[in-house]
Design a protein around this ligand. Structure first.
Ligand code: ADP
Length: 405
């Protein structure tokens, strides 16, 4: 059985075709600049690559391009779309409506669309992706939606409520939702497999990438997470500020004369690594400047930007240990978590009070790996693991499970 996984954004559409017999990726690609000039990059597992500029006025046009790529004689991996059993879509915001993945019907599409108020950029694009899929494959082709927020729906009210008047929650659904749920679910699942049990386990999952979030997972269920009403909250990120004193928001708006939209753009696009370092949102660039030492004029602020993230992650690990009354395992995942040995090393340094002891050599060696690696010492009371995330695989597995029901 083959499952197509789709991640539709406002101007892009990423896809992977997965063979569920062995969970291998047969092909993957990206349609970009939808609504504009349009381009597709398509790669197959056996190394064939197709790149082209193709006008894609709508998501349906983009979907048609991926259908052509997947079924092309030269670059394709299937003869016809009939070989695909179902399509799984990544959806950012499921609100309090969706606590698990579901099969798509008109009501589900309507609910996702109505939740766009909470995630304007994402949910509308997801609906366009689903509609494009219906137009290209017909309305009988099974589709499943998998939500970034769903895994966090187990949080108790004391974790998801903000200390603002209760009517704000009732009127506007303002609460913590949490994001990256599919990733936290995947890596915490791998971790409970390693621990050999779910009940009684206390795991902290650190998804550190361009966007970053940390979750406390007790007995296999999220009890708290760092992202909030939107993916802007929590630790410092590539271009997002993470937690700041809310008064800073109104103060900057007042001083700079920003409208709410401009302020939102500022906090999402101009802060984090980029804002503090003044030159890049990418951890690799900051590490390069740090490695050059103080003679590099970028050194001080690159180091400051990275030190803020390290401090943020430490703080949340500490608070989640307190919330769970202990921790069995800490998991690092995503671009930084899987590859940035410096940040991992510093986060875990001077944490002996929690029983965390990193094997420095193993940590240094563990980068760009596709395997699960334990990087704590044998004496460490807490296991520290690097577990490469695989959100697409979770989407494909959920899709398969739902169509087989
Ligand atoms: P996104 O949140 O957009 O999915 P990623 O998970 O790919 O982002 O994370 C991007 C971050 O991961 C960047 O800061 C980048 O520096 C870092 N990163 C990716 N690959 C490496 C690598 N090989 N070595 C060090 N850092 C890396």
């Amino acid at each position: 059985m083959k499952i197509l996984v789709v991640n539709a954004g406002s101007s892009s559409l990423k896809y992977q075709l997965i063979d569920m017999e062995n969970e291998n990726v047969l092909a993957k690609g990206l349609c970009e600049r939808i609504g504009d000039t349009g381009a597709i990059t398509h790669k197959t597992a056996d190394g064939r690559k197709y790149e082209a500029d193709i006008p894609m006025p709508t998501h349906t046009d983009a979907f048609n391009c991926l259908v052509e790529a997947l079924t092309s004689e030269e670059y394709g991996v299937i003869k016809s779309m009939k070989e695909i059993s179902a399509v799984g879509h990544r959806i950012v915001q499921g609100g309090a409506i969706f606590d698990r993945s579901v099969l798509v019907d008109e009501k589900v599409i309507e609910d996702i669309y109505n939740l766009a108020e909470l995630a304007p950029l994402h949910n509308k694009a997801h609906v366009q992706g689903i509609r494009a899929c219906i137009e290209c494959l017909g309305k009988d082709a099974p589709q499943v939606v998998v939500f970034d927020t769903a895994f966090h729906q187990t949080m108790p009210a004391k974790s998801f409520m903000y200390a603002i008047p209760y009517e704000m929650y009732e009127k506007y659904k303002i609460r913590r939702y949490g994001f990256h749920g599919t990733s936290h679910r995947y890596v915490s699942g791998v971790m409970t497999d390693i621990l050999g049990k779910v009940e009684g386990t206390k795991i902290i999952t650190c998804h550190l990438g361009n966007g970053s979030s940390i979750s406390a997972v007790k007995d296999g269920k999220v009890i708290d997470t760092t992202m909030g009403f939107t993916p802007l909250a929590g630790v410092e990120m590539g271009t997002r500020c993470g937690d700041i004193d809310p008064a800073v928001v109104t103060y900057i708006m007042d001083k700079e004369g920003f409208t709410p939209d401009e302020m939102s753009n500022f906090m999402n696009k101009k802060c984090g690594f980029l804002g503090v370092s003044g030159f890049s949102s990418d951890g690799r660039d900051l590490e390069e400047a740090i490695a050059n030492g103080p003679s590099d004029p970028r050194y001080e602020r690159a180091k400051l930007a990275v030190d803020i993230l390290i401090q943020d992650v430490k703080k949340y690990i500490g608070s989640f240990v307190a919330e769970m009354n202990g921790v069995d395992a800490i998991v690092f995942t995503a671009g930084i978590g899987e590859n940035n040995t410096h940040i991992r090393g510093e986060v875990c340094a001077e944490m002996e009070c929690f029983g965390i002891e990193l094997d420095k050599e193993l940590n240094e060696k563990t980068l760009c790996q596709s395997d699960v690696v334990k990087i704590s010492t044998e004496n460490s009371k807490v296991d520290v693991y690097v577990i490469p995330t695989n959100e697409e695989l979770v989407i494909a597995r959920d899709t398969l499970a739902l169509i087989n029901q």
